[in-house]
Design a protein around this ligand. Structure first.
Ligand SMILES: Cc1cc2nc3c(=O)[nH]c(=O)nc-3n(C[C@H](O)[C@H](O)[C@H](O)COP(=O)(O)OP(=O)(O)OC[C@H]3O[C@@H](n4cnc5c(N)ncnc54)[C@H](O)[C@@H]3O)c2cc1C
Length: 631
C-alpha cells in the first residue's frame, strides 16, 4: 500500500508533463509506467512542432512545461514553417534526436522532487462513490490517491496490424493495456476505437541521398523555449531529404490493397485523416501520380531514417517492395517494418473543460486516450490535466484556458464540447483569434499563469514583463514620433523611403503610420531611432507585427469582447433544462448530456440553435436574479 496525492498513468508526452507539473505544484506524485526505459519515448516520427503544433509547444513552455526545453536540447534541425506567410500562421518545428530526447526527459523525471516512478501496469481505478480513491496495479500494489491522470496513449486495448498479422500491444514490442480498459468500462465509460500507423525505418547506409532534394535547417535556428539561451547541437550535420513515390509504388499498393488491414475489413476503427497511410492516399487521391516522402534522421549517432509519408499496415514483404520503388531507396534495407495500430479512446465529451471526467471526481484523462493524435496535443493536455489535478488536491478552482487566449484552449474546448469522431490534430485554421494567439507572443499570453502556479521563476517572469514593456514603449514612441516632410528628419525619412522603393511622405506622418506600409521594415527607420537601445530581432518582429496588423488585431479584440460576453455567463450545475419552455426536447437532452459550464460552451454544441441560446440566456438571467433574492 502506497499513498500519493496524484497518480499519473503513462510516461508518454501527456504523462510526462502531467507528472512533472503536479509534482512541481507540490503534490506527492507517482508516475506509473509500463517501462522506465520508455519514459518520454517518441512513438512515431523524431520531430516536435509543426503547423499549429509549434504554437502548442510554446504555450506549454510558457506555462512552465518541459516539451520545449527537451526539443531545444535535443534538436538537430530547426525550421520555421510558413515563414513566407503572416506571423499568425508561422509555426516552429524541429527534428529531435530520438534517443537524446528520451534521455533528457528521463533525467528530468528522475531528478524531480515529489515525483516517484513506479514501473508497473495500472489495472484498476478505485472509487468511493463517484470519487477516485486509489489504483491497483498488476504487481499487486494498491496506491491510495486523491487524483489520477490517465495518459495511456495508444495502449488502451492496442492492437497492431501488419497485413493479416495482428499482435496485441500499444507500440512495437510492448504490451496492450487491457485491464485498465476493462476498469474504465466498468466505471461506465464507452471505449471507441481509433487507428494510426507508422512507416518502416530504413538503414541510412543503404540510402542513395544523391537522388533526393536536400532540406537544411534554418540558418538561425530559433528555439521553442523562452528559457533556452542557445541550441547545443550542430544543425548542419543531418539535413532532411525529400523524395517521392512513383507509379510503380502505386501499382504495388493497388495490387496488395486487399492485404491492407484498413481495406480488408480487419480494422474497423477511424484513421487519421491528416496523416493517412500510403494505402489511404492511393485510394483517396487516385488521380495523384506521386506523393512526397521526407526522410528524417533519427539522431546524431543513429543509422536509421524515418521515411515520413509512407506509413503503412501492409505485410513486410510488400513494404519492402514499396520502399524499393522510391527514387534513392532502390537498395534501401528496412531496419524495422511499419504497422497500423488501433487503440481505445474515451469520448472527450465525457470530460469537463479542465479534463476531469464528469462521471468520476478526481479522475482526469489526457493525451491520445481523448482521441487526439500527436505529441504536442498530448503534452498540452498532460499539462492542463496535471495543473488541474494539483489544483483539485489544493482545493482550488479549476484552470481553464479560453479559446480566445490559447491554442490549448481551442484544443480542449473542441474536444470537450464537440467531441471528435476521428483522430484530432491541431491546425491554425481551428483557431478563431490567431492574430492574437500567435507563436511569438505565447510567453506574453501564458507565462502569467505559469508564474501564478509557481512553474515559472520570478526571474524568468520578470524578463518577460521587461520584454513586453520594451515592445509597448517602442510602439508608443513610434506613434508619437511625428515627421514633417520639410524638416531634416522628414528629408531623412524620404531618402530612406525612396531608396527602398516606397513613395516619399508629402504630409506630416508618424513613424508607426510609415511602418504600416508593407515595403517598410523597422530596421530602415532605425537611423531615426538612435536613442533606442538595441532591440532584439524577436522584439522588432513583434513591434512590426503589432503595428502593421493593428486594424485587424483591434477587430479581433472587439470580437473577443463579444465572445467573452456569453462565455462568462455560467450555467449552474443543477440546472433543469426540462423546465425551460421554448427549447425543444432534443436540445434539452443534448444540453443535459453535455452539461456545458458556460453559455459559450452550450453555443458550440452541435445542434444547439441560436434561438435556444437566446432563450437559455434569458432563463439564466432570471434564474440568477431569483437566486440572488431579486425578482
Ligand atoms: C504506431 C504509431 C504511429 C503513430 N503515428 C502518428 C502520426 O503519424 N502522427 C501523429 O501525430 N501521431 C502519431 N502517433 C501518435 C503519437 O505517438 C501519440 O499521439 C503520442 O505519443 C500520444 O502521447 P500520449 O502521452 O497520449 O501516449 P503515449 O506516448 O502512447 O504514451 C503512453 C504511455 O502510457 C503507458 N501506459 C499505457 N498503459 C499503461 C498502464 N496500464 N499502466 C502503466 N502505464 C501505461 C505507456 O507505457 C506509455 O508510457 C503514433 C503512435 C503510434 C504508436
Amino acid at each position: 500500500m502506497k499513498e500519493f496525492q496524484c497518480v499519473v498513468i503513462g510516461a508518454g508526452h501527456a504523462g510526462v508533463e502531467a507528472a512533472l507539473v503536479a509534482a512541481r505544484m507540490g503534490c506527492q506524485t507517482a508516475m506509473v509506467t509500463l517501462s522506465k526505459d520508455t519514459i518520454g519515448q517518441m512513438s512515431c516520427n523524431p520531430a516536435i512542432g509543426g503547423v499549429g503544433k509549434g504554437q502548442l509547444v510554446k504555450e506549454i513552455d510558457a506555462l512552465g512545461g518541459e516539451i520545449g526545453l527537451a526539443a531545444d536540447r535535443t534538436g538537430i534541425q530547426f525550421r520555421q514553417l510558413n515563414a513566407s506567410k503572416g506571423q499568425a500562421v508561422r509555426s516552429s518545428r524541429c527534428q529531435s534526436d530520438r534517443k537524446l530526447y528520451k534521455q533528457y526527459m528521463q533525467k528530468v523525471i528522475a531528478t524531480q522532487e515529489n515525483l516517484t516512478v513506479i514501473e508497473d501496469q495500472a489495472t484498476e481505478v478505485l472509487v468511493k462513490g463517484r470519487e477516485v480513491c486509489g489504483l491497483k496495479t498488476a504487481a499487486g500494489l494498491t496506491i491510495e490517491t486523491q487524483t489520477i491522470v490517465i495518459a495511456a496513449g495508444t495502449f488502451l486495448r492496442g492492437r497492431m496490424h501488419m497485413g493479416p498479422q495482428v499482435t496485441e500491444g500499444g507500440r512495437a514490442g510492448e504490451i496492450s493495456s487491457l485491464r485498465l480498459a476493462d476498469s474504465l468500462e466498468s466505471l461506465g465509460f464507452e471505449i471507441l476505437s481509433f487507428k494510426t500507423g507508422t512507416p518502416p525505418r530504413l538503414d541510412a547506409s543503404t540510402i542513395d541521398f544523391s537522388k533526393m532534394e536536400v532540406q537544411h535547417s534554418d540558418t538561425l535556428p530559433a528555439p521553442f523555449s523562452f528559457r533556452t539561451k542557445g541550441i547545443p547541437h550542430d544543425q548542419k550535420l543531418l539535413p532532411c531529404h525529400i523524395t517521392h513515390t512513383t507509379e510503380k509504388t502505386h501499382d504495388i499498393i493497388r495490387a496488395n490493397m486487399h492485404l491492407s488491414p484498413m481495406y480488408s475489413g480487419q480494422i474497423q476503427a477511424t484513421g487519421v485523416r491528416y496523416c493517412p497511410s500510403i494505402e489511404d492516399k492511393i485510394k483517396k487521391f487516385s488521380d495523384k501520380l506521386s506523393h512526397h516522402v521526407f526522410l528524417e534522421p533519427e539522431g546524431l549517432d543513429s543509422r536509421e531514417y524515418y521515411p515520413n509519408g509512407i506509413s503503412t499496415g501492409l505485410p513486410r514483404d510488400v513494404q519492402e517492395q514499396i520502399v524499393r520503388s522510391i527514387p534513392g531507396l532502390e537498395n534501401a534495407k528496412m531496419t524495422q517494418p511499419g504497422y497500423s495500430i488501433e487503440h481505445g479512446v474515451i469520448l472527450p465529451t465525457e470530460l469537463r473543460p479542465y479534463l476531469e471526467t464528469k462521471k468520476n471526481q478526481g479522475l482526469f484523462l489526457a493525451g491520445q486516450i481523448n482521441g487526439t493524435t500527436g505529441y504536442e496535443e498530448a503534452a498540452a493536455q498532460g499539462m492542463m490535466a496535471g495543473i488541474n489535478a494539483a489544483l483539485k488536491v489544493q482545493g482550488k478552482e479549476p484552470f481553464i484556458l479560453g479559446r480566445e487566449e490559447a491554442y490549448i484552449g481551442v484544443l480542449i474546448d473542441d474536444l470537450t464540447t464537440k467531441g471528435t469522431d476521428e483522430p484530432y490534430r491541431m491546425f491554425t485554421s481551428r483557431v478563431e483569434y490567431r492574430l492574437i494567439a500567435r507563436e511569438d507572443n505565447a510567453d506574453k499570453r501564458m507565462a502569467k499563469y505559469g508564474y501564478q502556479f509557481g512553474l515559472i521563476s520570478d526571474e524568468e517572469y520578470q524578463a518577460i514583463v521587461k520584454k513586453y514593456d520594451a515592445i509597448d514603449k517602442e510602439i508608443v514612441s513610434l506613434k508619437e514620433f511625428r515627421v514633417l516632410p520639410s524638416s531634416s528628419e522628414g528629408k531623412q525619412v524620404n531618402e530612406i523611403l525612396i531608396a527602398n522603393n516606397s513613395s516619399p511622405i508629402r504630409q506630416p506622418a508618424t513613424l508607426n503610420v510609415i511602418l504600416k506600409r508593407p515595403e517598410v521594415r523597422y530596421e530602415m527607420l532605425s537611423p531615426l531611432r538612435k536613442g533606442v537601445s538595441d532591440l532584439s530581432k524577436e522584439i522588432v518582429d513583434q513591434i512590426e507585427y503589432e503595428i502593421k496588423y493593428e486594424g485587424f488585431i483591434e477587430r479581433q479584440l472587439k470580437s473577443i469582447e463579444k465572445f467573452r460576453h456569453i462565455e462568462n455567463i455560467k450555467i449552474p450545475a443543477d440546472i433543469d433544462y426540462t423546465s425551460i419552455p421554448g427549447i425543444s426536447i432534443e436540445i434539452q437532452q443534448k444540453l443535459k448530456r453535455f452539461s456545458p459550464m458556460t453559455l459559450g460552451q452550450a453555443n458550440r454544441i452541435s445542434g444547439v440553435t441560436p434561438s435556444a441560446i437566446s432563450i437559455l440566456m434569458v432563463y439564466l438571467r432570471k434564474l440568477s436574479a431569483e437566486r440572488k433574492g431579486g425578482v
